[in-house]
Design a protein around this ligand. Structure first.
Ligand SMILES: Nc1ncnc2c1ncn2[C@@H]1O[C@H](COP(=O)(O)OP(=O)(O)OP(=O)(O)O)[C@@H](O)[C@H]1O
Ligand SMILES: [Mg+2]
Length: 431
């Protein structure tokens, strides 16, 4: 079941945020209970997923009113709206003399009223609604996303007839508390950070926040990286098309311009390129050259992080796109299936590799009496040096660290390193 339905507020009290709007609605409904208010209809307007439709239903529920929801832009509903508004009768066949009519009020909800006037000519929607509001015996709620579209031009009259209530985007703390409640009810464990990330993404749209949460609920444990994953899933198509342009570009400028247009941060763009380049550059030589550029871009990215100097990002970006594009000697055509970088794997791996780098830097710093930052900068040299068992021994790198620094050679160097350390211990020198 869709969670937005499952957790739709039943009472106005459960509607998040929008205190003023709820209060205004409540007062308006009370007036209807007492007699007939001056403004017989209200217009609820605001962005998607902030609780307009829910509030209309919740209000009816709170007051025990029946609900007639009709699509106002459908010509065929014109007469039904009119009949309900004027007589309170839902079916033409009953209540002709009033005896069969229930005493309950009927709240007429005209949802998605934005394009009321565009369709069906002038008389169709607009005039009919205006005339109906003037004479109605029943409360009417019009709902629109675009207040301007609804009230422009001859919508002026409508504006004067109705009370206007704006629904605003819902605050992130409120959204988080709702998400937390849903998690509890569904037996899901989600980190605070993840819930906040979802709320931030939603921009106050509660529906999309709930949908995001449900889309991650295939697992019972939700962390913040998975939330990032949703963003990428949404943008997947756009990024694929951008990648396609970048990798196939015939000159640097085209590739770089596409990259800027994509507006993807360089440290994630590099993952996409890394993942998909081999699908595109079939020729081994091209691929090799392209990887040269990619690794240089990676170096710049690393410096960006270390120095917190984001000016270097553009170098990285240009190398990984422009550089990679011109690295190829051939032009590739035909269909290439791009794939989504396995985010969770990559995030995990990069987190781990960052931790390894940190540890290496710490060891180097201790031995060379320099800061970790300085040590980080020396990493490329350390990589060369670590191939020598004596040096590996001096820094006392672990197998994993050596693997990170020199790859396959680590096994061999590790053996050598052990011997070196053993001899050194025997001679009581060095270490
Ligand atoms: N303010 C809110 N409080 C609690 N839940 C909300 C709120 N706003 C939206 N929701 C959730 O989102 C779902 C959709 O909300 P609703 O239909 O009221 O949005 P809307 O403002 O009418 O959006 P649209 O303009 O797209 O029709 C609801 O079923 C509910 O689960
Ligand atoms: Mg709605």
């Amino acid at each position: 079941m869709n969670w937005t339905e499952k957790y739709r507020p039943k009472s106005l009290k459960e509607v998040l945020g929008n205190k003023k709007a709820k209060e205004a609605l409540l007062q308006w409904a009370k007036k209807w209970e007492e007699g007939k208010p001056i403004k017989k209809a209200v217009i609820l307007y605001g962005k998607a997923g902030v609780g307009k439709t829910s509030s209309a239903y919740a209000l009816a529920n709170d007051f025990g009113w029946e609900i007639i929801e009709l699509n106002a832009s459908d010509e065929r509903n014109k007469d039904i709206i009119r009949r309900v508004a004027l007589t309170g009768a839902i079916h033409a066949s009953i209540g002709f003399d009033g005896t069969f009519l229930s005493k309950k009020k009927k709240l007429i909800i005209l949802d998605e009223a934005d394009n009321l006037y565009e369709k069906g000519g002038d008389y169709g929607g607009k005039r009919a609604i205006i005339e109906t509001i003037k004479q109605t015996m029943q409360p009417i709620i019009l709902i629109a996303n675009d207040y301007y579209a609804l009230t422009k031009g001859s919508g002026q009259e409508l504006r004067n007839l109705c009370m206007q209530i704006e629904f605003k985007p819902v605050g992130k703390h409120e959204i988080v508390s709702l998400l937390r409640k849903i998690c509890r009810a569904e037996g899901i464990e989600a980190s605070e950070e993840a819930l906040y990330a979802i709320a931030m993404r939603s921009n106050g749209d509660v529906r999309s926040a709930i949908n995001d949460l449900q889309s991650l609920a295939y697992t019972k444990k939700i962390n913040v990286n998975m939330v990032k994953f949703i963003g990428y899933r949404d943008r997947e198509k756009e990024i694929f098309m951008g990648l396609h342009e970048i990798l196939r570009a015939k000159d640097m400028r085209t590739a770089i311009r596409t990259a800027y247009r994509l507006d993807e941060s360089p440290d994630s763009l590099i993952l996409w390129i890394d993942e998909n380049m081999p699908h595109e550059y079939i020729n081994a030589h091209d691929l090799h050259n392209a990887y040269e550029f990619l690794s240089r871009a990676d170096v710049f990215l690393g410096r960006t992080w270390r120095r917190q100097y984001y000016g270097l990002w553009s170098y990285a970006l240009e190398l990984m796109t422009g550089g990679v594009a011109v690295a190829k000697r051939r032009s590739y055509t035909g269909f290439t299936k791009y794939s989504f970088p396995n985010w969770l794997r990559i995030m995990a791996a990069s987190k781990q590799s960052r931790a390894i780098k940190e540890e290496i830097a710490a060891k180097v710093g201790r031995v060379m009496h320099c800061s970790r930052r300085k040590a980080m900068e020396m990493l490329p040299y350390i990589k060369k040096m670590a191939e020598h068992a004596e040096i590996a021994a001096k820094f006392n790198f672990s197998q994993q660290e050596l693997q990170f620094l020199i790859g396959e050679k680590a096994v061999e160097v590790m053996e050598e390193k052990k011997k070196v350390r053993k001899t050194a211990r025997q001679q009581k020198t060095l270490f």
